[in-house]
Design a binder for this molecule. Structure first.
Ligand code: SF4
Length: 420
């Protein structure tokens, strides 16, 4: 039996997200009632492009943390595995398959009422092929059409100047084909001007959000890890909307105020850590375990890699640039540079990298990354095998003993550094 618990949030903006998530599900139901097409898409598919299409884009992977936090993920995993889907699949793929299989089951308790059935689905090969496979499986289960964007795994781009026109053309052609697919499904011509407006709004949100995030350099850091993983929701899942920009403004102002008043998420802040990867959503309380020992997560690597301004005049090309430069869609050196840059900026004492064996895009470079962080930046790293959603791969006792040992190392290093 795994011991799991919820996390404590310290920021007002983070506590606000609970209501925003609930509204997301209510709006999806309203969209269905009003005849607006509901589109399930996988992470990293171009949500801005869907937002501009007059449909309701629903990130089916957003349901994964919701279900895990409510301890429902095992039910969906079981539903999929009973139908022959392997336990070895990524749980971010298996849980949505379980959701699709049980969507009409009146005896199933779906968090927030669960998603409504999609009219069509959209996915992308970006970062990972499991996403395409699982979205296609859902398309078959629910008998719905699927639009797919092919994205080449980038092995020869380290700097923006390495991007060639043929790289951009390939992505742009894929986006154009997706637009044709969306037009066929909605029966309406796609409005490129609307896409420009969505991109403008997205940019406003990003500027406010990233300016707010700069205050995380303050000592103590104003925002905790559980705040961060909640606060990501509006900009990551609902970009290009006025409400999201307004939320980003409130986040910015709260970060500024906390920083100016010296309010930290963890007091006293003994160690500053980076969280590289995603949390174990079924046990966000583990984040508080770090914090109770004085360890604050001052820096993060996930989600913010998408918070790059796009060009409203050339939205498709700038979306292509964003994907081509993504640190996970690349070779180890780019990932090392990206993580190293953040580590230097936030003056860290160590890095926590949960080991998700089922997620090859994150896991595959982890050993090289650890070596590089120790060798180049003298930063100790903590890692142990676990899973984002599947508690069968998690041991609370083991996790806590590894955290204790890691914090002891940090304490010893501090003691040595203070020696005359
Ligand atoms: S393998 Fe990783 S990137 Fe792919 S669906 Fe799973 S969590 Fe997402």
């Amino acid at each position: 039996m795994t011991t799991t618990s919820r996390s404590q949030k310290s920021m007002i903006a983070a506590r606000e997200v609970y209501g925003l998530v609930k509204s997301y599900y209510q709006e999806m139901r309203q969209a269905r009632e009003q005849g607006v097409p509901v589109v399930w898409y996988s992470g990293q598919a171009p949500v801005e492009l869907l937002e501009a299409a007059g449909v309701f884009p629903y990130l089916i992977e957003q349901y994964c943390p919701v279900a895990a936090a409510k301890q429902l993920a095992p039910l969906y995993l079981d539903a999929a595995e009973r139908r022959g889907y392997s336990e070895e699949l990524c749980s971010y793929a298996t849980v949505p398959i379980g959701v699709a299989l049980e969507i009409d089951n009146p005896r199933f308790h779906h968090a927030n009422g669960g998603p409504v059935k999609p009219d069509f689905l959209v996915t992308s090969h970006f970062l990972c092929d499991q996403r395409v496979k699982y979205i296609k499986a859902i398309g078959r289960i629910l008998d719905r059409p699927v639009g797919v964007i092919d994205c080449v795994h980038n092995i020869d781009i380290e700097e923006p100047s390495d991007i060639k026109q043929y790289h951009l053309d390939y992505y742009v052609t894929q986006y154009q084909e997706l637009i044709r697919f969306v037009e066929q499904q909605t029966g309406r011509p796609y409005d490129m001007n609307r896409l420009g407006e969505v991109v403008e709004e997205f940019n406003h949100g990003i500027r406010l959000f990233m300016a707010g995030l700069e205050y995380q350099q303050s000592v103590p850091a104003p925002m905790s890890a559980s705040d961060f993983f909640a606060i990501m929701f509006p900009l990551f899942v609902r970009p290009g909307r006025r409400e999201t920009t307004e939320f980003c403004g409130r986040f910015h102002d709260e970060m500024k105020a906390r920083s100016e008043q010296g309010i930290g998420a963890v007091t006293p802040e003994k160690y500053r850590l980076m969280f590289d990867g995603l949390p174990m959503w079924f046990n966000l309380g583990l984040l508080n375990y770090f914090e109770e020992a004085g360890a604050s997560f001052a820096a993060f690597t996930m989600y913010i890699d998408r918070f790059i301004e796009l060009d409203p005049e050339r939205p498709l090309e700038s979306m292509a640039r964003r994907e081509l430069l993504n640190h996970i869609n690349s070779h180890a050196l780019r990932r090392i540079e990206y993580v190293g840059e953040i580590a230097r900026k936030f003056k860290l004492d160590g890095i926590f990298m949960p080991g998700f064996e089922s997620c090859k895009p994150i896991y595959v470079h982890q050993e090289e990354l650890k070596r590089a962080m120790r060798g180049r930046l003298d930063l100790p790293t903590l890692s142990f095998e676990t899973d984002f959603l599947d508690e069968r791969y998690y041991s609370d006792a083991l996790a806590k003993s590894r955290i204790d040992a890691f914090l002891e190392i940090l304490e010893e290093r501090r003691a040595v550094a203070c020696m005359p």
